[in-house]
Design a protein around this ligand. Sequence first.
Ligand code: AHR
Length: 320
Amino acid sequence: MNILRKLALSASVIALGCSSAMAADLTVGFSQIGSESGWRAAETSVTKQEAEKRGITLKFADAQQKQENQIKALRGFIAQGVDAILVAPVVATGWEDVLTEAKEANIPVILLDRGVDAPQDLYLTSVASDQVKEGRVAGEWLVKTVGDKPCKVVELQGTVGSTPAINRKKGFEEALAGHANITIARSQTGDFTRAKGKEVMEGFIKAENGGKDICAMYAHNDDMAVGGIQAIKDAGLKPGTDILVASIDAVPDIFAAMVAGEANATVELTPNMAGPAFDALAAFLKDGKQPEKFIITESKLYTPADNPQGEYDSRKGLGY
Ligand code: AHR
């Protein structure tokens, strides 16, 4: 957005007596990764709702998990002269050129839920969780739960090269450091999908004495955990008892699994990244207020002690 446009927008907001710059007629492009998980579907629904609430026209582009599609979408938004861009970057690297193009066109870019390896001046703000903390919270839960017993863990990683996969692995390993009784025996990507989570877990089970040698499954998201739970059941074992299950997202299906005694812990990731993003954008457009570079959402641990049925009920209508 150029400065004249920004001033014109602020003037029209004042003239209208609106409390939020978002009441003005804004068009925002949103490049979403795809629909690999229940959490992603909820983030898409919530972003559309948050835009509608504020009277923002949202141009939505589904990248079908491909970075090249995201870059193409961003270039399309720049060519159309949108007022701002939201992007959930599928992987961390390869963004510098297109973000520079947006900056040169004076279009503010906000990162949602994943980070990039690019200079921070190329985006207005990033709204995401502390992904290292998410991994650490899951790891600390496991350390506390198994105590001194020997425990072989299998890990289902997220999309290779994505910040949640990198950081959730790091945080989990940090929590396990100094606890030699707990080891990560196998670790492989399940690409954040239920189908691949199941497939990878089947391989782990075969390689680990039919699953009998596995003490815990740590999945970088709930969808892979749900796929893994199915693989454990297919192998004749009890998820949640024979093999502990810890994951991240807090989607309704993992609470259903907790109710059934088949999952033990999840770390919540809110799907509402767009609300704080639009608020930061509104403040920026209103008076040039620079938001915090990183707006961090909460990472709360849920276990079967936290009323999983109630959590399921409260989330099931949210678009997951
Ligand atoms: O970037 C957030 C992660 O992406 C979510 O944890 C996962 O479910 C999604 O695919």
